[in-house]
Design a protein around this ligand. Structure first.
Ligand code: CO
Length: 278
């Protein structure tokens, strides 16, 4: 391991909760244990074989001031918004939505049974971009590079650089790295992470070792300082997401689906939404 390898400085387990019209999910960032990790405001994992846990979906709701990123592992959801965008989220696809000054959207299951599994990450926007025009990047699975830098290591590059590939997502303010890393039993991978970025690892299959820390499925490890992170499969195959981004260092005032820099801007967001200005 190199001297500049990042260690895990904090470990948190997700908390069961529900959101939307009653979708059951596991919240990992955005809890008391980890309210945020600048620039990341929330991370949810939804994973269920039971349609009753997801069938009600996420009907029309607003956002302002940040970006929502949905990464699907299994199942199908239909996105629609008041800017005229529609999209089908299917296994392996990513939807990167910039709410900016305001968007109203829905995400509804397009299946009545079977596994629904994926992540939603909220990425903050800096003050200068919070009122930017809304935007929507719907990225098909085929557009996400998959690299095999070593035996037993498979990486899907959603954003940032890994194994000589660059992910398709553009988010200039936070320059995110978002990787889905699969490690076969006994495999390990050292990944460069920009030194100024905050980041985390979340294990969603098996167990992974990062330095001295073993992370079981469903746990998140916050990365300490350094230039790279080394993950190793522990006792079987494992799969994790590695996510990092440039911190904004600005005040964060959250109120439900609105994330701004001040209480005044939150009051304005509520007034604008209620007046139909999104
Ligand atoms: Co939403």
């Amino acid at each position: 391991m190199s001297e500049t390898s990042r260690a895990i400085v904090k470990t948190v387990a997700g908390q069961p909760t529900s959101d939307g019209a009653g979708v059951k999910l596991n919240r990992v960032i955005g809890t008391q244990a980890l309210p945020d990790l600048d620039p990341f405001l929330m991370l949810d994992e939804f994973r269920s074989n039971n349609a009753g846990d997801y069938i009600a979906g996420f009907p029309d709701h607003p956002h302002r001031g940040f970006e929502t990123v949905t990464y699907m592992l299994a199942g199908r959801m239909r996105h629609g918004d008041n800017q005229g965008n529609t999209g089908l989220l299917r296994p392996g696809s990513v939807q990167w939505m910039t709410a900016g000054r305001g968007i109203v959207h829905s995400e509804m299951p397009e299946q009545e049974d079977g596994l629904m599994w994926g992540f939603q990450l909220w990425v903050n926007l800096p003050a200068r971009d919070k009122m930017t025009a809304p935007a929507y990047q719907d990225i098909d699975p085929e557009r996400i590079p998959q690299v095999r830098p070593a035996e037993g290591v498979t990486i899907r590059v959603l954003a940032g650089d890994a194994g000589g590939a660059t992910g398709p997502v553009a988010a200039p303010a936070t320059q995110p790295l978002y990787l889905d890393i699969a490690l076969a039993d006994g495999a390990r991978h050292e990944q460069a992470v920009p030194p100024g970025h905050n980041g985390f690892v979340y294990v969603f299959e098996g167990k992974a070792r990062i330095g001295e820390t073993v992370l079981p499925r469903g746990s998140l490890g916050v990365l300490g300082p350094g230039e790279s992170v080394t993950a190793a499969a522990q006792g079987g195959d494992t799969r994790l997401i590695l996510v990092a981004g440039h911190p904004l260092g600005e005040p964060v005032v959250k109120y439900g689906p609105f994330v701004m820099n001040s209480e005044q801007e939150i009051h304005q967001a509520i007034a604008d939404f209620q007046a139909g200005r999104f």
